[in-house]
Design a protein around this ligand. Structure first.
Ligand SMILES: Cc1ncc(COP(=O)(O)O)c(C=O)c1O
Length: 361
């Protein structure tokens, strides 16, 4: 096989553009989350110890052997980030370098090769500029899904030698149509100390499926995980990090290696600090949250994540009891930070944190 070394001029990515865009049949403001994909995808192979053959091809099926190790032993990781249009219609990716750092942290934990920053950024820029018409207006966004998985045709317990990175995109709108009804599980756990809870491994999500189904059957739209050992301390929601406003300060579980290091979490913490709020990253027990709620001190609770951005909590279901929070439209901190984040994304205010990565078309 001929080995191509990647040079970083933009023309080194081979591009096969589709002659038949599917966009004319799509209403960008009305797509069901996760069901409609843009026209192209980026593919990069890791073979013979090197990343090679970067290409953009029409989005579609890929040929795989049933013996690829990614399907059997779980060497499969991913990321989820977004590109937005600012108020002028220009497109920016939100904090791609931090997402790449997390992808590479996931890769290191699962013995997979790290993806170089220059290749990653170039791929994103090319892919999004090619499919720029797929980026909806705010509050819609283009969701970007990089996946990295093992492709050795080999059964046996060792890290694969070969991998594929694929990046595809999809237009999305709101993730949760209504405030969160939270189901706190004491029965199942997502991650334990020393495990892989801090990385974005496909297996972490497989663990969530059953309890998510149970939560839905009880009228809830999200699961809140507790720690694996004592089933007492709050970890995170199934797709978001957790924040609680107690009187006039904010608490979020600290990063202990069992929860995902959310990019939105980091952004919200920085915004809270910039707005002068006290924010504590510490252990917080479910009993403390419910006690504060009953005594009138829990003013707000919300989740943060790329898909939902910020989602307010309306109810907490715990051990057959339902605890209700006040109407989120009366809250103070949640809407302040939500607006700050939205204003930065739309460039209504300057991007002083340097979070936006411009994509030229
Ligand atoms: C389990 C979990 N926690 C937290 C988050 C939030 O992370 P981020 O803000 O980077 O999207 C996500 C979403 O990626 C998630 O899947």
């Amino acid at each position: 096989m001929e080995i191509t070394t990647i040079t970083l001029e933009s023309n080194s990515i081979k591009i096969e553009a589709t002659p038949n865009s599917r966009l004319p049949g799509v209403d960008l403001n009305n797509v069901k989350f996760g069901s409609v994909f843009s026209d192209h995808m980026f593919i990069l192979d890791y073979e013979e110890g090197k990343w090679q053959n970067p290409r953009i091809v029409p989005y579609g099926d890929i040929l795989m052997s049933p013996s690829i190790s990614g399907l059997h032993y779980g060497q499969s990781i991913f990321e989820g980030m977004k590109a937005f249009r600012d108020k002028e219609g220009n497109i920016h990716i939100f904090r791609p370098i931090l997402h790449l750092k997390r992808l590479n942290k996931s890769a290191a934990r699962l013995c997979m090769p790290e993806v170089p920053e220059d290749i990653f950024l170039k791929a994103l820029e090319k892919l999004i500029s090619l499919d720029h018409r797929w980026v909806p207006k705010l509050p819609g966004a283009l969701y970007i899904r990089p996946i990295l998985f093992a492709v050795d045709e080999f059964l046996g317990m060792r890290p694969s030698l070969n991998y594929k990175l694929i990046i595809f995109t999809l237009p999305v709108n709101v993730y949760y149509n209504e405030p969160l009804k939270v189901y706190v599980t004491t029965e199942y756990v997502r991650a334990s100390s020393g495990g892989i809870g801090y990385v974005k491994a496909a297996g972490n999500y497989a663990r969530s499926l059953l309890i998510n189904k149970i939560a839905q059957s009880k009228g809830c739209n999200v699961v809140l995980w507790l720690d694996a050992k004592e089933r007492k301390f709050i970890e995170e929601y199934s797709t978001m990090n957790a924040f609680f406003v107690i009187d006039d300060f904010v608490v979020t579980p600290r990063l202990t290696g069992t929860i995902l290091e959310g990019v939105t979490r980091d952004s919200v913490i920085q915004l809270l600090k910039a707005e002068g709020y006290r924010i504590y990253e510490r252990e917080i027990a479910i009993d403390e949250v419910l006690d504060m709620l009953e005594k009138g001190h829990l003013k707000e609770a919300f989740g943060t994540g790329t898909a939902a951005v910020m989602a307010p909590v309306q109810e907490i279901h715990y051990r057959d009891n339902v605890y209700k929070l006040s109407d989120h439209r009366t809250w103070k901190i949640f809407p302040t930070i939500e607006k700050k984040l939205a204003d930065i994304r739309a460039l209504v205010v300057p991007d002083t944190f340097n979070w936006l990565h411009h994509v030229s078309i």
